[in-house]
Design a protein around this ligand. Sequence first.
Ligand SMILES: [Cu+2]
Length: 286
Amino acid sequence: MMSSLALINEFLGQPPNASEHGYQIDHIIEFAHWFMGALFVGWTFFFVFVLIRFRRGRHSKADHTGVRSGISTHLEFSVVLIETVLLIGFAIPLWAKRVNEFPPTQDAILVHAVGQQFNWTFHMPGPDGQFGRRDISLVTNSNPLGIDPNDLAGKDDIVVLGELHVPVNRPVIIELSSKDVIHNFCLPHMRIAADAIPGYLIPMWFKPVKTGNYEVVCGQLCGLGHYSMKGMVVVDEPAEYQTWLKERAELAGTQNAPAPGAPKTENPAARPEQKPAQPAPTPSGE
Ligand SMILES: [Cu+2]
């Protein structure tokens, strides 16, 4: 339906859209480019007109007073008014809707995505639906997210490096954080991106409507290996997703079980008086 207008998006190199809201983003990009194109043509004609109309041969002497009518004041005021209406009436409310109105968490797939130089790690709550407590002081090579081994909620948690699976036609809420510098979780096919900032939990959401493999790129220059900071979001049919989830949960069950005979507290930082670094998983949209 928007195939002719969409040519400009193809020209700009936009990959095909795979999310529910994506066509709205495409539409605004198309609109903005065609609108700018019209302004460019209009101003070019005006420029040529002015070159001819005020040529030296016709006005050998400059007029220091210039235009005497109030038309330019009216025009400038109208431009300010129209832009104010566009910004306050449309742009800000639409943006607020996107970042404040999240789908209900019980219908959604909840994931934590943690950026670090130079990869993405995904954390899912496992069969119990609860994220285990995370503490930066518990981070080791085998526990990249610092999940507390003494927290029961974390026993079945699923941690995957680089590749996330989600089912098609279900909203996905991703809470972003970073272990080192500012990264950006950018999903071009889903028409969504958000920064991952150390010390913050930033929620974002989208609803995939097409199965397939979709690349995650880091959208912030985050260091020398930035170019290689890629991940993958695989959108599965619900049955395939359940299979993946089950495999991952079984793997997590064997990995997270405490080794027999291991000392109770290996890390002194895991003492109970340490305050939890993990807020409630419900995104508040701040
Ligand atoms: Cu990065």
